[in-house]
Design a protein around this ligand. Structure first.
Ligand code: GUN
Length: 286
């Protein structure tokens, strides 16, 4: 029997439709500013999708494209100008920044009340303290919403997060362990011994390592829930020259009880949660 598909696109559509009345109640449309430095092709695809979501919902968006050789101080000045602009409600600096540019320093400059990525130490610190009412990182928050929507019970269950990144793995582990979610959480990473057996103990696996098809069917306990956060470009002979692959092997569908696809799983949820954060930030500012 194959796993039930957790349809991130449908869940994201439900999140977005829930925002319509909140946006209307704001009177003036929220305004999101997205800064992108350099020409990482995947980042341009993601930012395009964020802009289209804004358009769908009547959220204003401004995109600031900076060349790859922009000096650090100019990126700082761009963020500071957006902080000072009372017409801007949300600020996002797309990751990755060019090699050598300090992402944490840039993140730390964003006014926490406009930090729609939820990466500022003040917003992450609230999460560590158990306050989930503020601006939460979009991808892990989207995974939580998707699990809830799919009716996955986390309480007392073993959840394994593969990957310990600032953007996904670490905040994901915190959200899973929060009161109310109540999972027992393991963070597995490149130094974890016998990662396959750690995964086989899991009721829920969140794969966020960025390694194509790393999670194999023999890593997965029968009936467990597997969420695939990976979006990996794998080169091939096609016209495009590549295809997208998740961190989870397709054959896991034969073992898992429920599984999110790539594409159409976590990706649309990340964008929906960014829209929700933009609305939330605007509500807090008004
Ligand atoms: N790059 C990949 N995911 C994200 C994200 O959620 N936010 C930002 N700013 N950059 C990203």
């Amino acid at each position: 029997m194959g796993a039930t598909l957790i349809d991130g696109k449908a869940c994201a559509a439900a999140v977005e439709s829930g925002l319509v009345s909140r946006i209307a109640a704001l009177g003036a449309a929220p305004h999101l500013a997205v800064v992108i430095v350099g020409d990482d092709p995947a980042s341009h695809v993601y930012v395009g999708a964020k802009e289209r979501a804004c358009e769908r919902l009547g959220i204003r968006s401004t995109r600031i494209d900076l060349p790859v050789d922009t000096p650090f101080d100019d990126v700082v000045a761009t963020v500071e100008a957006l902080n000072a602009d009372s017409d801007v409600n949300g600020i996002l600096v797309q990751s990755p920044l060019p090699d050598g540019m300090d992402e944490i320093a840039i993140t730390g400059l964003i006014d926490p009340i406009k930090d729609v990525d939820g990466f500022h130490a003040e917003n992450l610190g609230r999460l560590v303290q158990g306050d989930t009412t503020g601006l939460l990182p979009c991808t892990p928050a989207g995974v939580m919403r998707m699990l809830e929507w799919a009716g996955v019970n986390l309480s007392g269950k073993n959840a394994v997060v593969l990957g310990r990144s600032r953007i996904v793995g670490m905040p994901q582990a915190l959200l899973l362990a929060q009161k109310g979610a109540d999972a027992t959480v393991t963070i597995a990473h490149s130094r974890t011994e016998d990662i396959a057996s750690v995964c086989r103990d899991a009721d829920v696996i969140i794969a966020a390592v960025g390694r194509p098809e790393m999670v194999r069917p023999d890593w997965v306990k029968s009936g467990s829930t597997v969420i695939d956060v990976g979006v990996n470009r794998v080169e091939d002979e096609s016209e495009k020259g590549y295809h997208l692959s998740g961190d989870v092997h397709a054959d896991v569908v034969d073992v898992a009880g429920a599984m999110s696809p790539v594409p159409g799983g976590v990706g649309p949820m990340t964008i929906a949660m960014l829209m929700e954060n933009t609305v939330r930030a605007t509500e807090m500012q008004r």
